[in-house]
Design a binder for this molecule. Sequence first.
Ligand code: OOG
Ligand code: NI
Length: 455
Amino acid sequence: MTTTGHISPDQIREAFSAAMSAMYRDEVPAYGTLMELVAQVNAEVLEGDPGLRDALSQSDQLNRISQERHGAIRVGTAGELSTIRRLFAVMGMQPVGYYDLTEAGVPVHSTAFRPVDEEALSRNPFRVFTSLLRLDLIDDKTLRAEAGAVLARRQIFTPGCLALIERAEKYGGLDQADADRFVAEALETFRWHSDALVDAGLYQRLHDAHRLIADVVSFKGPHINHLTPRTLDIDAVQARMPAHGITPKAVIEGPPNRRCPILLRQTSFKALQERVIFPGKTATEGSHTARFGEIEARGIALTPKGRALYDQLLTETRRRIQPAADGSNAREYEHVLAEVFTAFPDDWTEIRGQDLGYFRWSPTGKGEVSGDDPEALLAEGVLRCDPIVYEDFLPVSAAGIFQSNLGDEAVQDFAASPNQQRFEADLGQTVLDEFAHYARIEAKSLAACLDRIPA
Ligand code: OOG
Ligand code: NI
């Protein structure tokens, strides 16, 4: 509960998400175009599918669709990561999940800061995929030391932001005036800076080692690198992007188009070339590609068993065909993906029966709840059951998104080296296990229904 005078973290997150969106639309005009296209497609889908509209409104999701978005940043040090955690906590965002991207050829590991309560999610689901650079995976010792020194010197938070984080921690929240200031100050951390921190020579060497290292180390802060609206028909948006002057990446990441959507499907458009000023005896001008746009479509959260099947089918697909970045085999890839995924049941009852996905139970209000067999009560129409939306991310898809905006050379061979303990030590907190969290939501919803049984 908030103390009198404090506004809720949800309100701060809502204001921050809106401010971030406005800033990004200003900085990256194609993002604005994409937002309009997504809004148009979402409206068309809802108009043509009253059943979907009804289901979304029943599960309290209709309102959030239009404000749905995630963003991503990449930080350079443990100190930056732990302060970012504190910053997001002011807005009710907790670290959920651990993603090892080395597995997919990118030298970072990550978590997603997001609201976790259902009520907070339906209020505003804004989340930020946050990656920590792993300089330890860079072979060149001299370059590693130089990069480390640059990172150690920079301060990515304004003094006002740090003071307000401390205030929120000390008093358990912020009042309206402080929250307004906090949103403005926090926004500064995510802003694009065209003045580089490093000279052109060092930038080039960092870039040659890995483009991602240049992106993280060379600038004053961890610029937000994309914002992602949620669409109800990702295939339609992907198909219509070119007509709006946007070039999408070759294929949609994740599962194929299905009747029963699972997990997460994502696609992005290419990063912009941005002008950069490098300091030095005489400042030089150059360019950097960092920022892009993305859209996502979300489906049901899978159980560990469902996720294992998903991973297995994706691996099988990619064993048969690797999507080429130039799009030359996109059709073929989609075909193979769809064919391989026929092994994943495409029917809610079957998905539930085989324990592949998580569901939320609720009473329909039609008839008395009696007995404790949820499937029977569902069949009688006394209970209903809706898929729980997957609120998290997928490492292979994330690597594809990194790759689409960093260039193909972004994927190098790193020894897979997940190190969740190290990440959590740097973060200063453990991350929430997403599977356990979805399982709890499901169990709680069912218990609440069955508790209504008269004694
Ligand atoms: C993050 C890429 C991951 C997603 O949606 O999977 C991501 C990045 O490029 O920093 O945002
Ligand atoms: Ni993303």
